[in-house]
Design a protein around this ligand. Structure first.
Ligand code: GDP
Length: 465
């Protein structure tokens, strides 16, 4: 997960609040001190942190001063909500980015300094939109860096994305115009124009950007920024903005940099929306960014919208199962077979921790799965759990798992049932492992239940578009 360290510190501060028997000004100050420290360590600008602190204090003041005993219990949730909202504010520029439209030639132009990850990001973007059913292509208008076209060619070929460029043409404006015109004629829907970068912000770079912008008239220009510059992202994005207007930002290399929090908040302060975060070198390592789910995930509260999007990507790859799976989620009923399929899908989508951090309550469970170990160990353990289901009968797989349990008078499972013993024996696993499969299934089924139904989150998410 990106900013895992910051997330852990914020979480620990909030859980201290939860444990505290009384909630008074002293407890609040202590909490804010910890949060402030965590944010500053992530390179968030001091002024922004101070504003956050002031705002939280102002919001919770009435609750803290109230002598109404009945309201005392609400103090914790009022404080938590205030902190959540202010963290969202910190990364929210309050501006909606451009959204590519189907059946329209959406031209997206990428700009940024050399080495920031522009070329990689262009291919990642194409992969992202391609997965969502857009016909995508890349135009390489970087004539400055030797080997730029080869890099585009290689990564676009790997991603099965059409591309355009030239080994001989030296005028980037000509290449950009020709490429965009060709792809528009061929009815491509997302046309990504990769431009050249320089090591520093130089007037020639800005001039070239302006000329390409004038020639291809992009629907959206995206600035690609490297997270490692932390709060210096503000100055860089302002410098670019003064020269060539852009509508959105992608912050790359969020996977490796503790300073990413600084970069995100600095960019938000310039009132430009961040649309994606680059979270690794692979083509799928691009996370859609949106303030509220981001903070929710950072605080270990999951990102259901991200999860849904992920699942529909997977479903698109296997349309036959799409309907059944959506139905299972909508009705809030998830069989062990559904669970197994989800887990297999999740495993095929790259690092486990990245996916599970989107599922409420799963991030902690993931730690249980991997212990202090790596993603790889967690994958191995999950694979083993999946194999256990091979020893279940079809009826057991299609069930909600309840038939494995013997329920006591207090409505809690008691003892180990013969079924569990049989599956353990059949799969060569321990009883504990079989129980873990059942528990993991129950966890996901609970998420499905929360999401399903007329008033469930799934409907709410659909409403959000
Ligand atoms: P450009 O000069 O801006 O086009 O940058 P490149 O696309 O060539 O990327 C520069 C380096 O950064 C390459 O080694 C990429 O693999 C790497 N890179 C790009 N995006 C990310 C990211 O999100 N995470 C990590 N870890 N590396 C990245």
């Amino acid at each position: 997960m990106v900013l895992a360290d910051l997330g852990r510190k914020l979480n620990s501060a909030l859980s201290n609040l939860n444990k505290s028997p009384v909630v008074d000004e002293k407890v609040l100050d202590e909490l804010l001190k910890e949060i402030t420290k965590a944010l500053l360590e992530s390179d968030v600008n001091v002024k922004l942190v101070q504003t956050l602190k002031k705002q939280v204090k102002a919001k919770v003041k009435p609750a803290l001063e109230s002598t109404d005993k009945s309201k005392e219990g609400q103090r914790k949730s009022i404080i938590q909500k205030a902190i959540f909202d202010e963290l969202v504010q910190l990364v929210d520029p309050g501006v909606e980015p451009y959204k590519p439209k189907k059946g329209h030639p959406n031209v997206i132009m990428a700009v940024g300094l050399q080495g920031n990850g522009k070329t990689t990001t262009c291919t990642k973007l194409a992969v992202h939109y391609q997965k969502r059913g857009f016909k995508c292509c890349i135009v390489c208008a970087d004539t400055f860096r030797a080997g730029a076209f080869d890099q585009t060619r290689q990564s676009a070929t790997k991603a099965k994305v059409h591309f355009y460029g030239s080994y001989t043409e030296t005028d980037p404006v000509a290449i950009a115009s020709e490429g965009v015109a060709k792809f528009k004629k061929e009815r491509f829907e997302v046309i990504i124009v990769d431009t050249s970068g320089r090591h520093r912000q130089e007037s020639e770079l800005f001039e070239e950007m302006k000329q390409i912008q004038a020639a291809v008239k992009p629907d959206m220009t995206v600035l690609v920024l490297d997270a490692s510059i932390g709060q210096a992202a503000e100055a860089q994005s302002r410098a670019f903005k003064e020269s060539a207007d852009f509508g959105a930002i992608i912050v790359t290399k969020m996977d490796g940099h503790a300073k990413g929090g600084g970069a995100i908040s600095a960019v938000a302060a310039t009132k430009t929306p961040i649309i994606f975060l680059g979270v690794g070198e692979h083509l799928n390592d691009l996370d859609r960014f949106s303030p509220e789910p981001f903070i929710s995930q950072l605080l270990g509260m999951g990102d259901l919208r991200g999860l849904m999007e992920h699942m529909s990507d997977l479903a698109r790859q296997n349309p036959d199962r799409q309907k059944e799976m959506t139905k299972a989620f909508e009705e809030g009923k998830l069989s062990i077979r559904d669970w197994r399929e989800q887990m297999q899908n999740i495993m095929s989508m790259g690092p486990l921790s990245k996916i599970t951090s989107k599922i409420p309550g799963m991030a902690g469970l993931m730690e249980g799965l991997a212990g202090e170990g790596t993603d790889e160990e967690a994958s191995r353990r999950l694979k083993r759990l999946i194999c256990i289901t091979d020893s279940m009968t079809p009826a057991e797989l299609d069930s909600d798992g309840m038939l494995f349990l013997r329920i006591g008078k207090d409505n809690k499972p008691t003892g180990v049932t013969k079924r569990v013993l049989r599956v353990a024996k059949g799969s060569g696993a321990s009883v504990r492992e079989v129980e873990e499969v059942l528990m993991q299934h129950r966890m996901m089924a609970n998420v499905a239940k929360q999401m399903g139904g007329k008033n469930g989150m799934l409907q709410a998410l659909k409403g959000m578009g």
